[in-house]
Design a protein around this ligand. Structure first.
Ligand code: NAD
Length: 276
């Protein structure tokens, strides 16, 4: 069980990944992302999730380098974008990410989306990046069970992580079970349903019961499912609020009640049918 902000999940390569990280999608490069990352690190976050397509790797890298925290204590994720996969330039895209970050390595490099006809070839390049030490772990994002089965059929390295949309309205129990059975760590994007978490009645009730906020209830539910969570905020009060999820535990009955909210609802694109 994850009981403190420093607690980690063990990935299938024996590398450790913090259970909580800061997501920075839509945080503007420059002062906005820099101050969000700086503040998150100050209040104890040790994991940051960015992507080349977010356009803020420069600011993320700067805030990490200037934090004064030893590099090895911070877990940084970035991702290869779809167009780079299509153009068969995963290795080049990775080098460009490192240049923007001005860092020697990333902790986790992800295939951002399962681009049809490309992702298996991309994965071979990801395996080379892992072997070179440029990334300490490699994984995927937005992979459904069929994508994972296809990849596992002939990969050398099993993905360490699958980062997918995951929240109380989108539980995906089959995907969760598949990942657990194959030692692929699940990681939740949009864990706060892009802000809609505040209007879920059950979560508001549980917030009152536990003396927490509905966002904290949802994030704690992620952790108790063994799912890494990366809520996004650039607002200091919320960054701190989202990290205060280690001093309470949801009962089994309340976990099940939240599970029962599942309605297969997505706030983001469907990995089975995306056009970018
Ligand atoms: P999220 O569910 O984390 O919601 C973020 C929004 O919720 C914020 O913009 C803010 O409006 C609101 N919010 C934040 N803290 C709050 C709080 N305590 N109370 C109330 N509202 C609050 O959504 P997200 O940004 O889509 O996802 C999180 C991270 O996941 C991203 O920043 C990114 O790093 C990653 N992500 C990855 C993918 C992918 O394809 N791999 C896709 C989307 C997001």
């Amino acid at each position: 069980m994850i009981d403190s902000i420093g607690d980690k999940m063990i990935l299938n390569t024996d590398i450790e990944m913090p259970g909580l990280g800061l997501g920075v999608y839509q945080a503007k490069d420059g002062p906005e992302v820099e101050s969000a990352v700086r503040y998150a690190l100050e209040v104890g976050y040790r994991s940051i999730d960015t992507a080349s397509v977010y356009g803020n790797e420069i600011g993320v890298g700067k805030a990490i380098r200037e934090s004064g925290i030893p590099r090895e204590e911070i877990f940084l994720t970035t991702k290869v974008w779809n167009e780079d996969q299509r153009q068969k330039r995963t290795l080049a895209a990775f080098e460009e990410s490192l240049e923007r970050l001005e860092l020697e390595y990333v902790d986790l490099y992800l295939v951002h989306w399962p681009v049809k006809g490309c992702y298996k070839e991309t994965w071979k390049e990801m395996e080379k990046i892992l072997a070179s030490g440029g990334a300490k772990a490699i994984g995927v994002s937005n992979f459904l069970v069929n994508h994972l089965e296809d990849l596992l059929a002939d990969c050398q390295v099993v993905p360490a992580v699958n980062q997918i949309e995951f929240h109380p309205y989108l539980l995906q129990p089959k995907l969760l079970a598949f990942c657990k059975n194959n030692r692929i760590q699940m990681e939740a994007w949009s864990p706060l349903m892009q802000g809609n978490i505040v209007s879920v009645p059950l979560l508001n009730e549980l917030a009152l019961k536990y003396g927490k906020t509905s966002a904290q209830i949802a994030l704690r539910w992620n952790l108790q499912h063994g799912v890494v969570t990366i809520p996004k905020s650039v607002t200091p009060g919320r960054i701190k609020e989202n990290s205060e999820i280690f001093d309470f535990e949801l009962s089994d009955a309340d976990m099940l009640a939240i599970d029962a909210l599942d309605q297969g609802k997505r706030f983001g694109p469907d990995p089975a049918n995306f056009n970018f």
